[in-house]
Write a new protein. Structure first.
Length: 453
């Protein structure tokens, strides 16, 4: 068994060493999950609900521990990390309401009664990214468990610590052994086995579009179900009739939150030309005011990037010819820091406009009118999120319907609520997570006809 070092991105110090499972251990865990599923699916709905509620309560009791662990492992600010741990708790409490409400239908037919059931799939494999290790894990495992499935979960190699702890807390809360297992390991080993092992009946993956397409192709060989949440290149559209001061003041937090390592980051700001210069004047002090530093400090608003290699990738988007409007601050010394950066692209083909940077770099460009804004916003292979700033309700509705993205906010940058659906258009993904129908994505619909004549 090999061991991986876990590094604190803010200090570059090793905070833990984690044993990585191999193919044989992965197969054994999948087999254990398969056997555990025989009894887990038969647990009475009320009992399954109580176990999930207890799991949520245990997470709540360890919320500060989980948050501090995420700060050390992922470099998230302590405020964000507390929200993320709270999101796991809230998802478990929300999912606890599912087992007793997983309702089928009675469909009118001649000569009998026709009813439907939502049956669990079996073993679900969940592959979690490094940018939001806790909440994205729970987006998958909470509804999957609620629907009667067992779960094997692979955290990212860079950020496994909170997932491992959640696996321990699940047992502490009373979930039966092997119903929820966390398998730290390489994607090429553990994740690949989720795709190829016939007992894993669904794979949930959050990550790059490049890897997601390979997972989808592999699952197709077994007609295996997938949910994919992939890349994003979201637009923040600012119309001249909006509250310009508020749009500029909030724009940095729509893209620089989590150091821009967010598929929902509004990394393209489209501003109506008549107010373009004024917007930049208002944006500059907002960007320079973003507090970048020690993520353990309560006042910090942006922490480091996840690794040195990722910092090099982000820096590669800033070329000698790139026009930088202004930047924010960054600490000196150890840590994978990168300053909030605003660029003014010269060409619609610039990489910073067409590719996902996944860092604190935002491009600002003008548009002429509503049609032009929609055209530019949709000129991307992605379609995950976005914002629209306007005081015209009719325009808000027209543009919301026209922009090709799964999650849009008007006069806001909110993308995720655990009780509303989340997912992408185009190459941003396949399927929906969260919301009232989340558990249905982990079930098969069975139709039963009972003759009465």
């Amino acid at each position: 068994m090999t061991t991986a070092q876990v590094v604190n991105p803010a200090t570059e110090q090793v905070v833990a060493r984690v044993d990585l499972v191999g193919e044989a251990e992965t197969d054994a865990a999948i087999e254990r999950a398969q056997w555990a599923g025989v009894t887990w699916r038969e647990v009475a709905p009320g009992d399954r609900a109580r176990m999930l509620r207890r799991f949520g309560d245990v997470v709540d009791a360890h919320l500060e521990e989980l948050a501090q662990l995420e700060v050390a492992n992922s470099g998230h600010t302590i405020g964000n990390a507390r929200w993320e741990a709270g999101n796991v708790r809230d998802l478990l409490h929300y999912a606890a309401g599912i087992p007793e409400r997983l309702l089928g239908n009675q469909i009118p037919v001649a000569g009998g009664v026709d009813i439907t059931f939502h049956e669990p799939l079996g073993v679900v494999g969940i592959i979690v990214p490094w940018n939001f290790p806790m909440p994205i894990a729970a987006w998958g495992f909470a509804p999957a468990l609620a629907a009667g499935n067992t779960v094997v979960l692979k955290p990212a190699e860079l950020t496994p610590l909170t997932a491992i702890r959640l696996g321990e807390l699940a047992l502490e809360a009373g979930l039966p052994e092997h119903v929820f297992q966390v398998l730290p390991g390489k994607g090429s080993v553990v994740g690949h086995r989720f795709v190829t092992h016939p007992a894993v009946r669904k794979v949930v993956f959050t990550g790059s579009t490049e890897v997601g397409t390979r997972i989808m192709a592999g699952c197709a060989e077994q007609v295996k179900r997938v949910t994919l949440e992939l890349g994003g290149k979201s637009a923040n559209i600012v119309f001249a009739d909006s509250d310009l001061a508020k749009a500029a003041a909030t724009a940095p937090y729509g893209v620089f939150d989590n150091a821009g390592q967010d598929c929902c980051a509004r990394s393209r700001i489209l501003v109506q030309r008549s107010v373009f210069d004024k917007f930049l004047e208002l944006l500059e002090p907002a960007v320079r005011g973003v507090r970048v530093g020690d993520p353990a400090q309560e006042s910090t608003e942006m922490g480091p990037l996840i690794s040195g290699a990722h910092r090099e990738r982000v820096a590669g988007f800033i070329e000698a010819s790139t026009k930088i409007a202004f930047t924010g601050e960054q600490p000196n010394g150890p840590g994978f820091w990168y300053p909030p950066t605003v660029v003014l692209p010269d060409s619609p083909t610039d990489r910073v406009l067409t590719e996902e940077v996944f860092g604190p770099v935002v491009a600002v460009l003008p548009f002429e009118d509503e049609a032009d804004a929609i055209r530019i916003a949709n000129d991307t292979q992605y379609g995950l999120s976005g914002s629209i700033w306007t005081n015209d309700v009719g325009r808000a509705l027209r543009v919301s319907r026209a922009v090709e993205a799964g999650n849009l906010s008007v006069n806001s940058h909110s993308s995720v609520r655990y009780w509303t659906p989340f997912g992408g258009f185009k190459q941003s993904g396949l399927g929906r997570e969260l919301g009232p129908d989340a558990a249905l994505a982990f079930t098969e619909t069975k139709n039963v006809f009972i003759a009465t004549q």
